[in-house]
Design a protein around this ligand. Structure first.
Ligand code: PLP
Length: 509
């Protein structure tokens, strides 16, 4: 864009007296002078003054500085940046859905509750669990909710010393963060060279902390894209010591309709609808992190709950759920309200739930099983096509994503950061970099199932070109990006001395 004309900030474009609006006539007869004196400004607010076309161009140009799945390939590992079909948006935008109010009488929105209930049921079916709540608004929010469910379960059994959570060292950072927020202690378990959980290390942890273990959190396929083959054995060990198995379902994509966490021995899980179920995400939301539980744990789910009343043939909303104390508890046979209550605003993000519903129905029972194999094929194709030039620390078949550890040729001095920046010059979003922390130059690539072979081939070609550039002209890569609106930022300085205010220079002359 032409920065002189359209500016970085709308304030820079301001010219005194320019206007892009006309207010409607005051039809109600109020006078501004009726506002109490102490609420009135002494001086006009310093707002930018621009004509309409300048405003339109400014924001249109700003939008071109953005990058999303609709702009190009976005192989951001762990984030499942698949295409978000336009039909999802059309469905969510239907006036009757968008206009719902969370406090309206249930008799006036039975159809919406029906859909809500359908999604809960579909997720239960896809995961092999008993019941879901759609109330949590993000993956991390789901983790916290799931851990609170687990905690409530142990407390209901007077098993209150269970305050430790086992988490593999490869886990997503939200796992230990959620456990800490829930007031639980983290016990780390090591990974083997192939990236999977070291069961011997787990046995040691259990021997040391057995009756204090509340749960083990696992991601499968794990964060380096490997399928954890020893889950039945791991689940047995954790269950035998009295703990529950938590499944971080943010990586459900390659398993969708093929393998179910409930069948593997998991008790509680969350799903990221904004990832696997194709609702747009990034930049802070909106998201949805439904939590599912196996049979017996339903009463510990948070409220409100949408429940079908078979006698009345209507959907109702339960504001409290009642737990019958399991046998062994101090007050056997007695019941008390679910300790969790509400974990957020009303029922979560219904718009996201609707988009996931549209996605599930448009794929259907058969096609949904194609998601995982195609995502897996795409990831393995990229991995195998680049492993002669990029260091592949964990070999063998991956699932939906994999990790490179920088360039194979370390003599060029070109880092993962340099490669990520150079990719921007070629019009690609960078992969996830420097995560997981298991490798120094980690570069985590997740193509998803929605990319064509042509797109993937073009990406492979660009990655090969960058490796060549690193050898022949490393400076070019080390100083990238060269074609973006902003060049390389000093991210240490940006983090340590952020400039959070804008100093207006000559904008109001
Ligand atoms: C994305 C992700 C999360 C967190 O989900 P948010 O919606 O970003 O809170 C947790 N675990 C894994 C493995 C993830 O990929």
């Amino acid at each position: 864009m032409n920065r002189e004309l359209y500016g970085n900030l709308i304030f820079e474009l301001s010219k005194k007296g320019r206007k892009g609006y006309s207010l409607p006539k005051n039809e109600y007869g109020y006078k501004t002078s009726e506002l109490p004196q102490n609420l009135r400004r002494e001086q006009d607010a310093e707002l930018p003054e621009c004509d309409e076309l300048t405003v339109v161009r400014h924001y249109t140009n700003l939008s071109h500085n953005n990058f999303g799945v609709n702009d190009g390939f976005y192989p951001l590992g762990s984030c499942t940046m698949k295409y978000n079909p336009a039909i999802n948006e059309e469905i969510a935008a239907i006036k009757e859905f968008a206009g719902l109010h969370p406090l309206q009488d249930v008799s006036t929105c039975q159809w919406a509750l029906n859909i809500y209930n359908d999604v809960q049921k579909a997720l239960a079916e896809l995961t092999g669990l008993s019941e879901f709540t759609l109330n949590p608004c993000a993956g991390a929010h789901g983790e916290l909710t799931g851990l609170m469910v687990i905690r409530s379960y142990h407390q209901s059994r007077q098993d209150e010393q269970r305050t430790k959570v086992i988490i593999p060292d490869s886990a997503h950072g939200t796992n230990p963060a959620s456990a800490a927020v829930c007031g639980l202690e983290i016990v780390e378990v090591k990974s083997l060279a192939d990236g999977t959980v070291d069961v011997d290390s787990l046995k040691e942890v259990i021997a040391a902390h057995g009756n204090e273990i509340a749960a083990m959190m696992m991601t499968n396929p794990n964060t380096v894209g490997m399928f954890e083959k020893r889950i039945p054995e791991i689940a047995q060990l954790v269950h035998d010591c009295g703990g529950l198995m938590y499944y971080d379902g943010a990586n459900l994509n390659p398993m969708l309709g093929i393998a179910r966490p409930g069948d593997m021995g998991f008790d509680v899980m969350h799903i990221n609808l904004h990832k696997t179920f194709s609702t747009p995400h990034g930049g802070g939301g909106p998201g949805s992190g439904p939590v599912g539980v196996r049979q017996g744990l339903e009463p510990f789910l948070p409220t409100p709950r949408v429940v079908f009343d078979e006698e009345q043939n209507t959907f109702t909303i339960h504001q409290t759920s009642t737990i019958a104390s399991p046998s062994g508890g101090r007050s056997e046979g007695a019941s008390h309200p679910s300790p969790l209550g509400s974990i957020g605003n009303f029922f979560g993000n219904f718009g996201v739930v609707l988009k996931a519903y549209a996605y599930i129905l448009s794929l259907g029972r058969e096609n949904i099983k194609m998601v995982g194999p195609l995502a897996t094929l795409n990831a393995n194709y990229i991995k195998e096509s680049l492993k002669d030039l990029y260091e592949l620390p964990i070999k063998g078949e991956c699932k939906h994503e994999f990790v490179f550890d920088g360039l194979k040729d370390k003599s060029t001095g070109v880092t993962t950061m340099d490669i990520a920046k150079r990719l921007l010059d070629y019009g690609y979003h960078a992969p996830t970099i420097y995560f997981p922390l298991l490798f120094h130059e980690a570069m985590m690539i997740e193509p998803t199932e929605t990319e064509s072979k042509e797109t993937i081939d073009a990406f492979i070609q660009v990655m090969r070109t960058i490796a060549q550039e690193a050898k022949e002209n490393p400076e070019l890569v080390k100083t990238a990006p060269h074609n973006t609106p902003i060049g390389r930022v000093d991210d240490v300085l940006a983090a340590k001395q952020p400039v959070l205010t804008f100093k207006q220079i000559g904008a109001r002359d």
